[in-house]
Design a protein around this ligand. Sequence first.
Ligand SMILES: [Ca+2]
Ligand SMILES: [Ca+2]
Length: 234
Amino acid sequence: MATDELSNKLNRRLQIEDGTEEPVALDKSEHQNGSEEDKSTTANADSELFAKLTRRGELNEGHGEHCQPSMKAFNPYTEFKEFSRKQIKDMEKMFKMYDAGKDNYIDLMELKLMMEKLQAPQTHLGLKNMIKEVDEDLDDKLSFREFLLIFRKAAAGELPEDSGLGVLARLSEIDVSTEGVKGAKNFFEAKVQAINESNKFEAEIRQEQEAKKKQAEEQKQRQAAFRELQKAFK
Ligand SMILES: [Ca+2]
Ligand SMILES: [Ca+2]
């Protein structure tokens, strides 16, 4: 519905600009009380509207530049709900510490140094494979998000303990606490805990939203009462 309305407006605007259709009502009022200056301001606003509509149309049809996924704000706390804020902060600290070049990526050289620091040096091929395992955007280096994937996999017991990434997660001294690598029982307990955590998180957000809604309603009521009061004094 809304899209139809937009495209109608857009078509009409195009026709007016082409001169194939006389603008009606809108312009009449301008002739009556508007100066030339007013008109050009309206024209500017119109072309701005036109640009916006065109862009909206393009986006609706899937053309136009959408934001790259990597440009979207990445929120580790909502995406990695299985970890506590403390755990994520620890992982961030570690990531920043080993990102010596401060470009927000851990590249092969930086990973090499990390593994040496952790006293588990890896071969060149080993390092490459470690990156490959979580390098979702295939740029041969680890973003913070990809770095977190290492711990997600470790916590879910998906990394062989003697694999490069498994060693990294174990030696990182970050308590992934879900203890996925230590056996099925703990793994399932960890899962349950993760689910409870995420439910808790959602419940907290819901509570916040409800509180806001209530506040807005109360304000509305106050305003209505105030208006009634005003009326009474008129
Ligand atoms: Ca770096
Ligand atoms: Ca990458």
